[in-house]
Design a protein around this ligand. Sequence first.
Ligand code: HAM
Length: 416
Amino acid sequence: MMTNRPRGTNDILPGDVEKWQFIEKTAREVCRRFNTAEVRTPVFEHTELFARGVGETTDIVEKEMYTFQDRGERSLTLRPEGTASAVRAFVESKLYAQPQQPTKLFYIGPMFRYERPQSGRYRQFHQFGVEVLGASDPSVDAEVIALAMTFFTELGLNDITLEINSVGSPESRTNYRDVLRSHLHPVKEELCADCQSRYDRNPMRILDCKVDKCKTLTQGAPEMLDHLTDTDREHFQAVCSYLESFGINYTVNPRMVRGLDYYTQTAFEFIENGSTLSGGGRYNGLVEQLGGPEMPGIGFAVGIERALIALQNQQVELPIAKGIDVFFVALGEAAQQHSVKLLHEMRVAGIVADKDYLGKSMKAQMKAADRLSARQVVILGDDELAQGVANVKDMETGEQITVPLAELIEKVQSNM
Ligand code: HAM
C-alpha cells in the first residue's frame, strides 16, 4: 500500500517519543555545559555542497543521496549529514568574523541516506552533532571527544568503546597513499571491484572495506600512524594524553579511516556492541573548501536511533516522568459540563490534567485515572456541584477529602 511510511523511515509514537525527548534534552544540557550553541540549518541544500563537502568518491555521494530537481531546475539534496551544512552556515553568515572563536555549534535533526535498511540503519535517521570551528589545538579534539563521552554517560550508557586514529594531514596522506599503493600493488587485481577503483582514487578506503577477501588481502598493510609528519604525530599524541588526563579510556585503531573525505588528523568512533554509535574527527580543510577562510574544524555526530538501541541493550531505565497530576471524574450532565471549565482552569494554573470525554461510568472513569497514573482524582457529581464542592482523592494514600470548588486548584496544588 503506497500510503504506508516509506521503507527505512520510522514513526516515533507516544511511549517512545519521551525517550527521544530525554535524549535531546540531555544533548542540549551537555552542550550548554560545554558552551556550545544550537544551529538549525535547512533539511535540503544545493547538491554541490555535499558533493564538494563530503567528497565525490564517498559512498554517501556516489550511492546514497536523495537528490531531486525543484521546479526551478536546481539540483537539491536532502542532507545526508550535518557537518557540511553547519560549515556552510558558518561561512555564509560569517560567524568566523565574530570576535569569540572558536565557534562551537550543535544540531539535532533528521538526515537522509539511501541505504539498505536494517536494525540501526535507516533512510531517515537522526543525528545529534557537534562542530567546533576555528581552533586547531589538540585540547579541542579532546574536549569534543569528552563532550560526546559526557553525553553517553549522562544517558546512563557505560559499556562504550572509544576508538581513535589519525588519518593525517594531506601532507602525511600523500606520502602514505604511495606507500599503501606499492604494498597493495601485487594483489590489486584480487581486490573487490569497489576497492580496485579505490586503489587509484582513494586507497585508504580499501582498509575500511567490509568484503572478507579485501580484509585478508590488506592484513599487514602499512599503517597511517607510522607515516605521519612530525606535526601530525605530535598532535595525535597530545590528544591521547589529554584524554588520559580526563580519565577517558580509548583504543587506538590504526585502520579506522571513516567514510567521509573531509577528515584530517584525529578520527574517532564510539562503538557499542559492535555498532558505531557515533563518529567524528577533525576536518581542517573543509571551511576553506566551502568558500570560507583557512580555518580548522572538528566534530562528531551520534545516531540517535543507535543510542536508543544501546540504551535498550544495556537495559538503562530512563528517568521519564509518567502520569498526570489530576484526572477529573464527572458524573451527571451539569457536573460534566462544569468539569470542562474547571479542567481548563487547572491547566492554565499549570496542573497536568485530563478527563473522560465519552460519558463513561464512574467505574470506567476510575479505571482511566489508573491507566493514566493520575496522582489525584477530582470527583464531581451534580449533588456536589449544587453544594459548590468536589471530592479530591489522593491515589497513593486512598485518602479522600471534600473541598470547596473555589479552593480546588489550591488544594490540588498543595498535594502535588
Ligand atoms: P557518519 O559516521 O556518517 O558521520 O555518521 C555518524 C553517525 O550517524 C553514525 O555513527 C551512526 O550512528 C549514525 N548513522 C549514519 N548513517 C546512519 C543510518 N543510515 N541509519 C542510522 N544511523 C546512521 C557523519 O555523519 C559526520 N558528519 C560526523 C561528523 C561531524 N564528523 C565531523 N563532524
